[in-house]
Write a protein that binds this ligand. Structure first.
Ligand SMILES: *Cc1c(COP(=O)(O)O)cnc(C)c1O
Length: 454
């Protein structure tokens, strides 16, 4: 049996609430969990971003931070830690992942340019589009089938990529690859697929840039699943992956095990210089990039800790165990379980609720009301839109249970599983929601809803 490969040194109390209190909270929040104060939440599975617990070494490192404006010792330690894993020549710190994207795309993407990726994450897509480029998803088609069990469901469809590159010749600044594929359910990409993608890039003389947010989890899956990789260490696999690329964007709020931080790494000196010039304009001097010296120190340590195989084995199994407990009771989820979250399939969970009544949001609210658990809807509230007076709904109606790193114990996870199963048993009692207020863009953050019945 796997146990947590760490013990608890500091605790943060979490508050139990009654069902009556939660009913009041969710009503006041307009049935939108983004409006719920975290104090009123027992288990918070809204995101795995910036929610990790830091280690005693990272906390100690904060005291060692060098807050010099230029040439900080902490920067050099950060640079050395990043280079030992990623290998790239120019390492530009940023305060989170989307700034790395913003710098890179502002410099490299011109109006009408096309940026292929397996699946763009929301902020990646938004930053491409902000520069009037086109964000093109080239993932294998099985990624969209929630029941198709493939070991590497995040893979690029290299034929689709080749066709896109031929069609948009001269308009593609580089190819991107997101590991693991967050928007596709945290599914990994294989080494073989990265090699094949690299070969396609070479045919067209293009750079390959990784969106490396969950690189360590991706490497662990390669070690577990890919032929000939079991004897390699996760660190070796990481070096092998990044050696096939020309740079990466990184949100250290994921596999950097910190609460804030990120970077952009590039081999290309000219591109790096232009990005650095922009960094100075929007984030700060190149040796701190919008962060305190102590944040760089925490990241330097986090990148080494995340490659610990005992940690990764526990991490992946903790998420997988949650999924398995649900599958054992026939709760519909996205399969196979990815690296950082379990996704409930709300269409199959609540077949009686049509998409116009927000079944994913109904389910997310029910989980809060019954058990004090916060999840996030990824469905018609987040992605639905009105076009010519007609509502357009997304294909998938999901509720994501994202598991923060090193934060919750096995008992917490078991509690989550039992709560979801309880809601599933009583699913026939749930009814739809109606939108009463919504903003024109990214409406899920501020929307207000109300129950149609009761
Ligand atoms: C979180 C994330 C980002 C953006 O990073 P932030 O630190 O939130 O700005 C980019 N890509 C992927 C795949 C992510 O998961």
């Amino acid at each position: 049996m796997l146990t947590e490969p760490y013990k608890i040194k500091v605790v943060e109390p979490i508050k139990r609430t009654t069902r009556e209190e939660r009913y009041e909270v969710i009503r006041r929040a307009g049935y939108n969990l983004f409006n719920v104060p975290s104090e009123d939440i027992l288990i918070d599975l809204l995101t795995d971003s910036g929610t990790s617990a830091m280690s005693d070494s990272q906390w100690a490192g904060l005291m060692m931070g060098d807050e010099a404006y230029a040439g900080s010792r902490s920067y050099f330690r950060f640079e050395q830690s990043v280079r030992s894993i990623f290998g790239y020549k120019n390492i530009i710190p940023t305060h989170q992942g989307r700034v790395a994207e913003n710098l890179l795309f502002s410099v490299a993407v011109k109006p009408g340019y096309v940026v292929p990726n397996n699946i763009h994450f929301d902020t990646t897509r938004a930053n491409v589009e902000h520069n009037r480029g086109v964000a093109l998803d080239c993932v294998i088609k099985e990624a969209y089938d929630t029941r198709c069990r493939l070991p590497f469901k995040g893979n690029m469809d290299t034929e689709k990529l080749r066709r896109a590159l031929a069609e948009h010749r001269g308009k593609v600044p580089f190819v991107m690859m997101t590991i693991t594929n967050n928007s596709g359910g945290g599914q990994p990409v294989s080494l073989e697929n990265i090699r094949a993608t690299r070969a396609v890039c070479d045919e067209f003389g293009l750079q390959l840039i990784f969106d490396a947010c969950r690189f360590a989890e991706n490497c662990w899956f390669i070690k577990e699943r890919e032929a000939g990789c079991n004897a390699k260490s996760v660190s070796e696999i990481a070096r092998e992956i990044f050696a096939m690329g020309d740079g990466c964007t990184m949100s250290a709020k994921k596999d950097g095990l910190v609460n804030i931080g990120g970077f952009l790494a590039l081999n290309d000196d000219k591109l790096a210089e232009e990005c650095t010039n922009l960094l100075i304009l929007v984030e700060g001097f190149p040796t701190y990039g919008g962060l305190a010296g102590r944040d760089l120190e925490a990241m330097a340590r986090g990148f080494q800790e995340v490659l610990d195989e005992d940690y990764l084995t526990f991490r992946i199994h903790q998420v997988r165990d949650l999924g398995q407990r649900l599958l054992d009771e026939d709760v519909p989820i996205v399969e196979p379980v990815g690296g950082h979250a379990v996704y409930l399939d709300a269409r199959r969970f609540l077949p009686q609720i049509p998409q116009r009544e927000f079944p994913g949001q109904v389910l997310a609210c029910a989980l809060y009301l019954e058990a004090g658990i916060r999840s996030v809807e990824i469905g018609s509230l987040m992605f639905g839109r009105t076009e010519n007076g007609k509502e357009i709904y997304p294909e998938l109606e999901l509720v994501r249970l994202a598991v923060p790193r090193r934060v919750y114990t096995t008992t917490h996870i078991r509690y989550v599983a039992e709560s979801v199963i309880e809601v599933f048993r009583n699913k026939d009692r749930l009814s739809g929601l109606r939108l009463v207020h919504s903003a024109p863009v990214l409406r899920h953050f501020t929307a207000r809803l109300e129950p149609l019945a009761g």
